[in-house]
Write a protein that binds this ligand. Structure first.
Ligand code: NAP
Length: 260
C-alpha cells in the first residue's frame, strides 16, 4: 500500500531538483502523475525512469506563467485519469539581481511571474477539478527567503512571501470543499538552483556541498528528498488537519539567530 495509492498528482518544475525527487517519491507511493516543466528532454527522461520502476507518469511541457499552458497541464491529468487530487506548485526561478535600486523591472516581473503568478494559475485551474472530486491538497514551494531577507534577492524574497499570502487565502476559501493548501519553506537545497547560488560559485562540487553542510545547524547539505518527504506528508491523508500553514524544512537555519 502506498501513501498516495489512487491519487492523481500534478507537479510543476518536476523535471529537476526538488520537483523531480518528489515525482519519484510520489510515483513510488502509488500516485499517477503529470510532470509539467519547461525542460522537455529532462521531463521525458524522468517519465521513462519512473515507468521503468513501475510508476505511472506523463510529461506536459509547461510554462507556468502562461494561462493556456497551465490549463493544458491540469487538463492532461483530468483527461488521462479522471480527476486531480494533488497539485505541487513547485516551479521557480532564482534570478541573481543587484541591490534593489539596480534591479531591472523586467527581471523583477519575470521572477514574480514564475514564482507567484505560476502558483496562482495552478490553483485557479486545479481547484474546480478538486471540488468536483470532493477535495484535494495543494502544496506550494515557498522559501526561507519569505521569512528573512537575502541581499540582492528583492524579487525572489517578495515572490516567495507572496506565495504565503496566496496559500492562506486559498486555504480559507476552499476549506469547506475539503481542499487543503500549504506551503513548504525549504532552506538551501543541493539542486541545480541551490548549487548555482553566487556565494558558492568559486567552489568545486565537493567544496559546495561542504559549504552547504555548514549553512544550518544540521551539519549536512539539504537534499531534494528532504523536501520531497514533506511534500508527500502534505499530499497524503496523514496531514488531514493541516491547512494554510508554512512548513519550514531547513535543517534549523531559521531557528539559529546567527544564520536565520
Ligand atoms: P531547479 O532544480 O532549478 O528546478 C526547477 C525547475 O523548474 C527547472 O526544471 C526549471 O526549468 C523549471 N522552471 C523554471 N521556470 C519555469 C516555468 N516558467 N514553467 C515551468 N517550469 C519552470 O530548482 P529547485 O531547487 O528544485 O527549486 C524548486 C523550487 O524550490 C523553486 O520554487 C525554488 O524557488 C524553491 N526553493 C529552492 C531552494 C534551493 O536552495 N534549491 C530553496 C528554497 C526554495 P529551467 O531549468 O529551464 O529554469
Amino acid at each position: 500500500m502506498g501513501i498516495l495509492d489512487g491519487k492523481v498528482a500534478v507537479i510543476t518544475g518536476g523535471a529537476s531538483g526538488i520537483g523531480a525527487e518528489t515525482a519519484r517519491l510520489f510515483a513510488r507511493e502509488g500516485a499517477q502523475l503529470v510532470i509539467g516543466d519547461l525542460q522537455a528532454e529532462r521531463g521525458r527522461a524522468l517519465v521513462e525512469e519512473i515507468g521503468r520502476e513501475g510508476g505511472d507518469a506523463t510529461f506536459a511541457r509547461t510554462d507556468v506563467t502562461r494561462t493556456e499552458d497551465v490549463a493544458a497541464l491540469i487538463a492532461a491529468a483530468v483527461d488521462r485519469w479522471g480527476g486531480l487530487d494533488v497539485l505541487f506548485n513547485n516551479a521557480g526561478i532564482h534570478v541573481h539581481q543587484g541591490l534593489l535600486v539596480q534591479n531591472s523591472v523586467e527581471e523583477f516581473d519575470e521572477v514574480l511571474a514564475v514564482n507567484l503568478r505560476g502558483p496562482f494559475l495552478g490553483m485557479q485551474h486545479a481547484i474546480p477539478h478538486m471540488i468536483a472530486r470532493g477535495g484535494g491538497s495543494i502544496i506550494c514551494t515557498s522559501s526561507t527567503g519569505a521569512r528573512v531577507g537575502h541581499m540582492r534577492n528583492a524579487g525572489y524574497c517578495a515572490s516567495k512571501a507572496g506565495v504565503l499570502g496566496l496559500v492562506r487565502v486559498a486555504a480559507i476559501e476552499y476549506a469547506d470543499q475539503n481542499i487543503r493548501v500549504n506551503a513548504i519553506l525549504p532552506g538551501i537545497i543541493a539542486t541545480p538552483m541551490g548549487l548555482a547560488d553566487p556565494w558558492l560559485h568559486a567552489a568545486s562540487p565537493e567544496e559546495r556541498m561542504a559549504t552547504l553542510a555548514r549553512s544550518q545547524p544540521i551539519p549536512r547539505a539539504g537534499l531534494p528528498e528532504d523536501i520531497a518527504r514533506v511534500a508527500l506528508w502534505l499530499a497524503g491523508d496523514l496531514s488531514a488537519w493541516v491547512t494554510g500553514q508554512e512548513i519550514v524544512a531547513d535543517g534549523g537555519y531559521l531557528a539559529d539567530s546567527q544564520r536565520g
